[in-house]
Design a protein around this ligand. Structure first.
Ligand code: TYD
Length: 339
């Protein structure tokens, strides 16, 4: 079998490619990746010489690049390619619309034209928006509130529309906040760990009492594979870790794990515009399919801190050049606030 994985040089995508090549000897992977700032060849360097792995550089919104990557045909497409960072979407929304909506559309057109037997859209719990109480099931209304989550919701809706309209063989997974090795250091956990290693302060938005449900990337990619192989066509599956935590609780573990103190290293700064207070998803449907997360949060977080400690040569180059410009743009205008 030949699977096309898009965005396979990113965080979750590269962990998925590694899982597939490790566990499924009869699957070859073609990785189509645009190599944006978050697509890092170092994430899969160890697999570059694997005969079951091929790389094509290209953008999913470019139909020619998608055609080239599909070649004589593929048995499945798994779409990880996306702009994913909420704070970047607040500064520059356009790239999110292009990749997350138009790119998904281009892939869906290829699925329709070429008769590709499976298409899995990797999505996010953020499409449900702010969830004050309870947990969103897959049939909950979508109420995205950031340019990022609105773009992902657009991709999900196009995907489900292709099932309703053309009977395209699609699946959607909606993962919760993901952490683990190879995550670009703009997101909460890797940003804070790498800042703390460098003895820099960490910027907590607002009161830090926002709640996210954390899932280890290994559990998340196993869930995606499980849904790809066993999910019912046209269905959506939530993949949540079942570890709801406030940002301050996470920060405390990271600060302690890096040998720093809350008093000296935490800065409460101007909140994110439109900041969703809480995400929570009901995962009964994916569990009924036979998947459940395995990695205990305390173990996963400890191992992730250790991974960043031991892989400075991976993340240090990422926190230079353009990243410093981004950091200044994103954080320079945030002022410190009282708790
Ligand atoms: P993030 O990793 O950006 O994921 P998402 O916004 O997609 O959930 O952020 C996780 C939480 O951490 C979110 O509530 C915003 C907060 N956060 C901070 O407080 N400071 C930061 O510098 C970042 C990047 C995030």
């Amino acid at each position: 079998m030949r699977w096309l994985v898009t965005g396979g040089l990113g965080f979750i995508g590269s962990n998925f490619v590694r899982l597939v090549l490790r566990e499924l000897p009869d699957v070859c992977v073609v990785n189509l990746d645009a190599m944006t700032y978050a697509g890092n060849p170092a994430n899969l360097r160890d697999l570059e010489s694997d005969p079951r792995y091929a790389f094509v550089r290209g953008d999913i919104a470019d139909a020619d690049a998608v055609r080239e990557a599909i070649g004589s045909g593929v048995d499945a497409i798994v779409n990880f390619a996306a702009e994913t960072h909420v704070d970047r979407s607040i500064l520059d929304p356009e790239a999110f619309l292009r990749t997350d909506i138009l790119g998904t559309h281009v892939l869906l057109e290829a699925v329709r034209e070429r008769g590709i037997p499976r298409f899995l859209q990797v999505s996010t719990d953020e499409v449900y928006g702010d969830v004050a109480v309870g947990a969103s099931r897959e049939d909950a209304p979508l109420r995205p509130r950031s340019p990022y989550s609105a773009s992902k919701a657009g991709g999900d809706m196009q995907t489900l529309a292709y099932f309703a309209t053309y009977r395209a063989p699609v699946l959607v997974t909606r993962g919760s906040n993901t952490y683990g090795p190879y995550q670009y250091p703009e997101k909460l956990i890797p940003l804070f760990v790498t800042n703390l290693i460098d003895d820099e302060p960490v910027p907590v938005y607002g009161d830090g009492l926002q709640v996210r449900d954390w899932i280890h990337v290994e559990d998340h990619v196993r869930g995606i594979l499980h849904v790809l192989q066993r999910g019912a066509i046209g269905e959506v599956y939530n993949l949540g870790g079942g570890n709801p935590r406030t940002n301050l609780e996470i920060t405390e573990v990271l600060v302690e794990g890096c040998g720093r103190s809350m008093a000296t290293h935490v800065r409460h700064v101007t909140d994110r515009a439109g900041h969703d207070r809480r995400y929570a998803i009901d995962t009964a449907k994916a569990r009924a399919l036979g998947w459940s997360p395995r990695i205990a949060f305390a173990d996963g977080l400890r191992a992730t801190i250790a991974w960043y400690r031991h892989h400075e040569s991976w993340w240090r180059p990422l926190k230079s050049g353009d990243f410093l410009e981004y950091y200044k743009r994103q954080y320079g205008s945030r002022t410190e606030i009282a708790r």
